[in-house]
Design a protein around this ligand. Structure first.
Ligand SMILES: C[S@@+](CC[C@H](N)C(=O)[O-])C[C@H]1O[C@@H](n2cnc3c(N)ncnc32)[C@H](O)[C@@H]1O
Length: 411
């Protein structure tokens, strides 16, 4: 009798894979890791304003790492000793690695369970922050996974999600297809076959990056299995992400870094004007399809009642926002050609700015509201309406580039 592929058999294959090839590679020393790389981008100490622009104490958070892998939950617990962290994962090996890391650092605030995130309701708890990165796209039914997580998200909670990106992963699916035809399995022989095949890759293949290199994950066995031999893996376009979030009764709350979807970086002239006239989600879809850079999408979602805290510039409410310059942003250039620049996931983000824009940005201290900044004598010479319009254009452009993040008073 032919084997029928059911959701259970897929889940079982996913579990087995992560037991044999735990991914990402385990971290031996969490303190060393955090010192070298800094906090994870989903860490509340890093993403605080993006998770809760309205402000929220970063202590005493109840955090769930759903599909925590080998180290994520332990690293979050280590960096947030005042928070209670629960890590769940299908794979016994991933849980064992996480436990080893937790024990090494004596993490009393870390609880680990081997279970599917589909069953998270059985914990009978709710969470202020749910982190689920690189997991939902491996479920046979990702929608059911997001709904299960939404059910345990506190009404004022926030979720950090990472899903694969369709445009940047086109090459991955072509290679997966070849390896399926060759009968490569998730074992040493399959890895050997993949390595052999990669020797023949033409430099113009979609798998090869703009810098002419194969993805660095392909340097180790677990990375090869995770990327090229996975039994269950799908990727999302920007519109598909918006639909996915909405179908779970949640609201899209912004990208981890807007720069990866910023039309100003990749377009100019009339074409930029046309794209900027579109609603933000349409702009992001255009940029994602145009650049084919995004092999992953990192974003935040919340319950619909929190959408009042979304950053927007179509009313004068933005005057009460408190701008914060993102870590790593530098002002460079000379008086005649100033730029803001910083390192991002896919290279340097460079934004030309005028002198008056630079003067306004210099006033940002993470405490004052935009209206406070505009009351500086430097700006009070111009009409209030002109001042507001100037600030709106500058702030919206800085928001699109991801250089400036916006909290609310008291955040
Ligand atoms: C690519 S790893 C990502 C790990 C971690 N989130 C990170 O970003 O480092 C995917 C993890 O999700 C786990 N996983 C897959 N399906 C799951 C499910 N239904 N419930 C819980 N964990 C799951 C796997 O066992 C694996 O450890």
């Amino acid at each position: 009798m032919e084997d029928t592929v059911t959701e259970d058999t897929i889940t079982e294959a996913v579990r087995k894979q992560y037991e044999a090839y735990s991914y990402p590679p385990p971290v031996e020393d969490g303190e060393k890791f955090l010192k070298q790389w800094g906090p994870l981008t989903c860490d509340p100490k890093f993403a605080g304003i993006q998770l809760w622009p309205e402000g929220r104490t970063r202590q005493d958070l109840r955090i769930l790492c759903a599909g925590c892998g080998s180290s994520q939950a332990a690293l979050i617990a280590l960096n947030n000793p005042d928070c209670a962290v629960v890590g769940i994962d299908l794979s016994e090996t991933s849980i064992a690695h996480s436990k080893r890391l937790g024990d090494r650092h004596g993490l009393a605030n870390l609880e680990l369970r081997q279970m599917s995130l589909l069953d998270v309701g059985e914990l009978k708890r709710s969470f202020d922050l749910i982190i689920c990165t690189g997991v939902l796209h491996h479920l046979p039914d990702p929608d059911a996974g997001l709904k299960a997580l939404a059910d345990v998200l506190d009404p004022s909670g926030s979720m950090a999600i990472m899903l694969y990106g369709k445009s940047g992963r086109a090459g991955v699916y072509l290679v997966q297809d070849i390896l399926r035809r060759l009968g490569a399995g998730r074992n040493a022989e399959g890895v050997r076959t993949a390595r052999e095949l990669l020797k023949f890759f033409p430099s113009n293949h979609y798998l090869i990056s703009a810098t002419g290199k194969l993805p660095h994950d392909l340097a180790h066995d677990a990375g090869i299995v995770d990327m090229l031999l996975h039994p269950q893996d799908r990727a999302y376009s920007v519109p598909e992400i918006m639909e996915f979030v909405e179908a779970a009764g949640l609201a899209f709350f912004g990208w981890s870094d807007n720069a990866l979807y910023c039309a100003d970086r990749f377009l100019g002239g009339e074409m930029l004007e046309r794209v900027l006239a579109l609603p933000p989600a349409e702009q992001w879809a255009v940029v994602d399809n145009l650049t084919v850079l995004n092999d992953r999408h990192d974003f935040f979602v919340r319950k619909p009642q929190s959408t009042r805290f979304l950053t927007r510039f179509d009313t004068d409410d933005f005057l009460s926002y408190v701008p914060h310059v993102r870590a790593g942003v530098r002002l460079a250039g000379d008086v005649n050609s100033l730029i803001l620049t910083r390192r991002a996931l896919q290279g340097e983000v460079v934004t030309p700015i005028s002198r008056s824009e630079a003067l306004m940005l210099e006033q940002i201290d993470g405490k004052r509201r935009i209206s406070d900044i505009l009351s500086h004598p430097m700006f009070t010479g111009s009409e209030p309406e002109k001042r507001t319009d100037f600030a709106r254009v500058v702030c919206e452009r800085m928001w699109r580039s991801g250089h400036v993040l916006f909290g609310r008073s008291g955040s």
